[in-house]
Design a protein around this ligand. Structure first.
Ligand SMILES: Cc1ncc(COP(=O)(O)O)c(C=O)c1O
Length: 434
């Protein structure tokens, strides 16, 4: 069959599948994250001067969170980073400790450890799911390991059975970073309630947003009370501490304030009411695209562990294999998709071990103090090099992120597949033009 100009990829002079340019690919989605409803709540709260502290809206939100996630405790904080800081402090992470974290995550998953004088220990991710590899976690455990960071990256869910088995075997607690995975479950249990502590971001781009905000939840009394101790100044007594361990320090605790802005929590309350609908919409779109990938050589869906139900869907990637597409490089594949009007992009986050901070070390507290001081700086931090995580490095270089659509225009899954298919069909010609 003769190829018409119409059939050609836009990169070779044909017509794009989506009329929009790549920059306009947001217009494929009619979902409005913030509506009048959120604005009204913020307006009403402002007029009631509910602008600081543990207001009724904040208390109700925390109660809703406990019920929804089936945890005994939940407190709101200023952001996801503070939630993770509270979680780590809650579990007693401190000077000289080690915290195991995948090298493929956002820096804030592990950066609070630095402020607690603990050392990040990076590990590989499973190349199919891009989530923390439990086998590598086991290899990284030492007598100094104080926490394992299970990051449910892009809304996909870690292998919690394997991680909790390691936790039982070693006594090392698991912190679930659910910042991308609001509403995800594993074995029917809400993510964030399986590990010893769960932490969420409510930052503006997250599936449930307060603009800025975060939540930390746990069933562990000690972790909860210590999370209050570090960040809930003037609010601890009202939160019904269970023991009297820290009563002598009340109500100021350590005098550090991680309390959330009530307006953000008011907005997030509205967002949480829409979360199930948002997740259903996103998963319908993503699953429709994934179901069509079987016909396309060279692209595979992300792996999902048995028992995992993705949620949040903060990112949607396919795994691309250039070898099955006539050697068309990942970058060139992405560029061609973008010319089709599909807002594809590359690997998402820089690998942490490649960042100068972690690769070369840094004298965080000056004068040779802190967990990232190399021998030249007066410490024993060894740093990292490119090539230290070959599995993750290779897997990440093959990721192609596609837009996450919540209320897509008609036929968006079919057209997304058409764009992928067209570029792959012409991969040989495209590879030649590179
Ligand atoms: C995986 C992950 N963990 C933690 C955070 C930190 O959240 P926040 O920006 O609310 O501090 C983020 C933020 O994007 C994140 O992506």
């Amino acid at each position: 069959m003769a190829t018409t100009t119409q059939d050609l990829p836009a990169a070779l002079g044909g017509a794009p599948v989506f009329v929009q340019t790549a920059r306009e690919s947001d217009t494929l989605d009619r979902w409005r994250q913030i509506t009048e409803e959120e604005a009204q709540v913020a307006y009403d709260m402002t007029l009631r001067n509910e602008l600081s502290g543990g207001t009724p809206v904040v208390r109700e939100f925390e109660q809703m969170w406990r019920e929804r996630h089936d945890t005994r405790f939940a407190i709101t904080v200023i952001n996801g980073t503070a939630a993770l800081h509270s979680a780590m402090f809650g579990l007693g992470v401190g000077p000289g400790d080690e915290v195991i974290c995948p090298t493929y995550t956002w820096i804030c998953s592990v950066s609070p450890a630095l402020m607690l004088m603990a050392k990040p220990v990076f590990c590989e991710s499973d190349p199919e799911t891009l989530l923390i590899d439990p086998d590598d976690v086991r290899r990284c455990i030492t007598p100094r390991t104080k926490a394992i960071l299970a990051v449910h990256l892009w809304g996909n869910v870690c292998d919690m059975d394997a991680l909790m088995e390691i936790s039982r075997d070693t006594g090392v607690p698991v912190i679930e970073d659910c910042s991308h995975a609001h509403g995800a479950t594993y074995g029917g249990r809400p993510c964030g309630s399986i590990g010893q502590v769960g932490a969420w971001s409510l930052q503006g781009s997250k599936p449930a947003s307060g603009g800025e905000g975060g939540v930390v939840a746990t069933n562990d009394v000690q972790a909860f009370e210590r999370a209050c101790l570090i960040g809930q100044v003037n609010r601890v007594a009202g939160l019904d501490l269970v023991t009297d361990n820290y009563e002598h320090l009340q109500p100021l605790g350590l005098g550090i304030k991680f309390r959330a802005h009530p307006l953000g929590i008011g907005i997030a309350s509205v967002q949480m009411n829409k979360l199930d609908e948002l997740n259903a919409r996103r998963s319908a779109y993503i699953e429709a695209v994934e179901a069509g990938l079987g016909d396309l050589p060279g692209v595979e869906p992300m792996g999902v562990y048995p028992g995992a139900e993705r949620g949040g869907f903060y990112g949607f990637f396919v795994r691309y294999d250039a070898e099955k597409a006539n050697g068309l490089s990942t970058d060139r594949f992405i560029a061609a998709l973008r010319e089709e009007g599909l807002g594809a992009r590359g690997n998402g986050y820089p690998l942490l071990h490649r960042l100068p901070l972690f690769a070369d070390g840094f004298d965080i507290f000056t004068e040779g103090r802190g967990p990232l001081c190399t021998p030249e700086m007066g410490g024993d931090y060894q740093g990292y090099s490119d090539g230290d995580f070959p599995v993750t490095e290779a897997a990440v270089s093959r990721l192609v992120f596609l837009p996450v659509l919540s209320d897509p225009v008609e036929d968006a899954p079919q057209r997304t597949l058409a764009a992928l298919s067209k570029v792959l069909r012409h991969s040989e010609a495209l590879a030649r033009t590179a």
